[in-house]
Write a protein that binds this ligand. Structure first.
Ligand SMILES: C[S@@+](CC[C@H](N)C(=O)[O-])C[C@H]1O[C@@H](n2cnc3c(N)ncnc32)[C@H](O)[C@@H]1O
Length: 273
């Protein structure tokens, strides 16, 4: 079989008893126009190793194999889906590798050669921890194109002084340029989830010298008490808060949600431990 005459995804699902499991966040995209749109949204794929998390029956995987990506490495936790993807592996002429594993426990950098990009319709229950893990190693990727529930996507791109602005916004915008490409209604998925989804494209920024865990600690403390003034909320980071805020040129009476990412970078640089 070649990529041009693969069976419809519904037939693949039926043949492998791949009825969607809620616990695995399974909401499949069966419209190949939509999966092609996501793959196009990813941008430059020439010679890249595309990493897909949760290929399921393989709709997005087919679209990725249609790009000039050098290889596609797909990580899937559900054995039924791994079996269902074997036809695609055979049709891919050696370009597709499917790994049966939990993406949360997988070092994607170790299993895919550079240059790498991640493209995935993420299982919503693990989307945020997966993203935080990739942010930590942002310099390993060319770009990431990821489907989130819209509410999470809005947090990734949120600006200061808005309700959606928080820990995830700062950590993401510190490491990446993030843009929502388009939304998808629940009806685009089988079965439909309860929420609208958004495809977000993230492009890593050049790394600075700030350790990830230092930024995480500051941001978590600041937003852990988001309505308190920073001179109070940041006490858990260092006892000498006012001096620290002064070095960072930030008013001790400011609150976490008023600081942009640059201000958090100044804070991290000014921290003396
Ligand atoms: C939202 S579905 C997307 C399926 C497919 N990419 C599509 O667009 O039709 C999420 C997929 O992630 C898989 N999955 C869930 N948790 C996972 C994990 N921890 N590691 C790897 N795959 C996981 C599910 O089995 C499912 O196939």
């Amino acid at each position: 079989m070649s990529l041009a005459n693969l069976p419809p995804l519904r037939d693949v699902i039926r043949a492998h008893g791949l009825d969607a499991k809620k616990t695995l966040g399974q909401h499949f995209l069966l419209d190949l126009n939509i999966t092609a749109k996501i793959a196009r949204g990813a941008g430059e794929m020439d010679g890249v190793t595309a990493i897909e998390i949760g290929p399921g029956p393989g709709g997005l995987t087919r679209a990725l194999l249609d790009t000039p990506a050098k290889r596609v490495v797909a990580i899937e936790r559900d054995d039924r889906a791994v079996a269902a993807l074997q036809g695609l592996v055979e049709a891919s002429d050696g370009r597709l590798t499917v790994i049966g594993a939990d993406a949360l426990a997988t070092d994607v950098v170790a299993i895919a050669d550079a240059p790498r990009a991640i493209v995935a319709n993420l299982p919503y229950n693990v989307a945020t921890p997966l993203l935080l893990g990739w942010l930590e190693r942002a310099d390993e990727f060319e770009h990431l194109t990821l489907m989130f529930q819209k509410e999470v996507a809005d947090r990734l791109v949120a600006v200061p002084r808005t309700k959606a602005y928080g820990r995830l916004s700062v950590m993401t915008q510190w490491r990446m340029t993030a843009k929502i490409l388009f939304d998808l209604p629940a009806s685009a998925f089988t079965p439909p989830p309860k929420v609208v989804s958004s495809v977000v494209r993230l492009v890593p920024k050049p790394l600075d010298e700030i350790p990830f865990n230092v930024m995480e600690r500051i941001v978590a403390a600041a937003f852990g008490q988001r309505r308190k003034m920073l001179r109070q909320s940041l006490k858990s980071v260092t006892p000498n808060v006012e001096a620290w805020l002064g070095r960072a040129d930030i008013l001790p009476t400011s609150r976490a949600e008023e600081l942009d990412t640059d201000a958090f970078v100044r804070l991290a640089r000014a921290l003396k431990t």
